[in-house]
Design a protein around this ligand. Sequence first.
Ligand code: TRP
Ligand code: SF4
Length: 400
Amino acid sequence: MYEERVVSGMRPTGTLHLGHYHGAIKNWARLQSEYPCLFFVADWHALTTHYDTPDVIEQHIWDMVVDWLAAGIDPAQAVLFIQSRIPEHAELHTLLSMITPLGWLERVPTYKEQQEKLSNRDLSTYGFLGYPLLQAADVLIYRAKFVPVGEDQVPHIELMREIARRFNHVYGREPGFDDKARAAAKKMGSRKAKLYEKLRTRYQEQGDEEALAAARALLVEQQNLSVADRERLFGYVEGGGRLILVEPGVLLTESSKLPGLDGAKMSKSYDNTIGLREDEQSVTRKIRTMPTDPARVKRNDPGDPAKCPVWQFHLVYSTDDTRAWVEQGCRSAGIGCLECKQPVIDAVLAEQAPMRARAQRYLDDPTLVRNIVADGCEKARRLAHETMREVRDAMGLSYT
Ligand code: TRP
Ligand code: SF4
């Protein structure tokens, strides 16, 4: 509503692999120069499934943040922080839980899916059921406009939107709302107040979306409105109450085009990963021993790139010329598989070299990382405080 803020989080799973890079982090690195971004370590979310192994979380957090920095997340542009350092997320989660019907949580597809998938753990806990609600708090507390996530997370964003709408509906309808909204409009000056009123009428009577957009743009420009008045005016145009929480939109990240070494999804549990900062020898060895089209038993057997995981790597890493060379050479048995893999090895190593270099600074001096995160927590906390003041106020909790 105020700024086009972007928020996203990641559970601390330790050092990242190239699947994470191509699936999420590369996108974050692009977004950080387009929007004000907040990226955080979702350590509480890690506990929802790994509550019985808390000892590894801390190391995983620092390893992951170093990887973010190595991958080009720039602390001068984006705010990096740790979820549990901002306890207001938990406060908002509790408050939202008051108005969240159980059915909404039980219906989230990941709930049953993950319970079945991780059947070796007892996930019949409240924490696990509440996972998407905590996630809603993570985002709503910063009034984020967009959340970059993968396909699997889309239902979670939809839930956030429903919760925000419900919250505004229940708590945005303060007594004397219309009078307060009109008084707020006057504070913009009579010329702008008139314009606002005209746009509001046009939207309400004719459903004119352009008028709605113009009214919103007008409000964004106003420097001298209090947060509460701004919320009133945003809500008043639409004919509702105060818009205290903002409904976030999805910024869909294409799912990673980079599969694992065996062609399945790259994942630690399948043991088919290449680490973001894995050393050169190990990367070279892993790619050289990657499986290829099973039809190419002998060097002169022709193959089909479509049946080969190495081809998937070419699709991510190679130029059109190299790809044409592979297509032709594979089908005609003109090139050997090791030959075919060399450009991939070169490209992966070239991608990793600057990451390894950036990481070194932070590995040599871990206080740099601590300071970046401390600074990010500070900034996040300030924003969270502002929203929570409004939320407590709306829910009648601002007594002292
Ligand atoms: N659930 C997300 C995942 O598994 C992690 C996450 C937690 C998150 N809180 C968030 C993502 C808030 C986006 C916004 O990937
Ligand atoms: Fe795969 Fe390349 Fe070998 Fe063809 S030549 S099977 S694409 S590694």
